[in-house]
Write a protein that binds this ligand. Sequence first.
Ligand SMILES: [Fe+2]
Length: 333
Amino acid sequence: MTIESIGTAVTFTNGLQKDFGLTGIEHVLFAVEDIATAAAYAGDWGLTRLPGDGVVFASADGCQVEFVETDLADPRRTPVGGSSGLVQVTWGTKDASFIPAIAAELGEDRQAVTDDAGVLHSKDDLGFLIAFRPTTRSLPAYDPTRYNAPGFPERIDRRAVKYDRAEPREISHLAIGVDDAAEAARFYVERLGFRISDRYANRGLFLRCSPAGNHHNLFLMNAAKPGTRFNHLSFKVRDIHETVLGGQAFETKGWTTFAGPGRHEVSSACFWYFLTPFGGSFEYAADEDMVTEEWVAEDFAATAHIFSQWTFGLEKSDGTLKGPISNSKEGNA
Ligand SMILES: [Fe+2]
């Protein structure tokens, strides 16, 4: 697969893609008007509140979601695209040796400053603050789900796990609504070495930050509403049962479904999205595609019905979905 074969608006020379040893999302910073409600949402979502003065939550592997109060006089408290929303994304690197190389790359046309803690601070072309640090994520050991498929029994003399609530293991990906996904992807692909895993024409691009790993760490999509803003943040849970039982438990607490539960066509993830009180959605996701450089990207038509293979709550009718997703140009993924 060459990049040229799946993109026309995004063009660059295959084989010369950079590799900065990126490992995924480490930290996401939101500025919100109502920090108490945002904190309640994150706690109910199954994230763990970390001790300290800040309002910081973590998934099991240490991925962090931080909330600060919106203050338009402070760039670190200024959301992009609204009065509440995303401010900054911190990406992990395999180790500290990659940080100077990223600083040199970004320093060619923008500010790129490494602080005393070794964290590199810069900005993307969409207006979001971006940072880079050696990864501190560490997934605690757990017993993965075992299935009894016909002819392949793996769970013997054991009942299946029943989840009382979701406990997100790690952050899967971030989705941002933009006016021009192909143009927005250019910075991440050409400057930071992101790969395109799949796409909806040039209107929705699924990008992964490393040659092998999660199907996408960043999804850039042409949004129904003009402008750039947070769309959703996806968290990996252990299996479809945690997606559904966790979603049920979350819904019982009074939070509102955006879409799901269902299974995506692109990336194969089982999903359930819930609206956040600060805009956009959080997504529970399980069993996503994991890919390598052998992965063959596809170009999916940007139509609502490929949002999911199946969905409860949003019903297929004449090849389209009823419900909020059909009101979007791209939907979510
Ligand atoms: Fe997603």
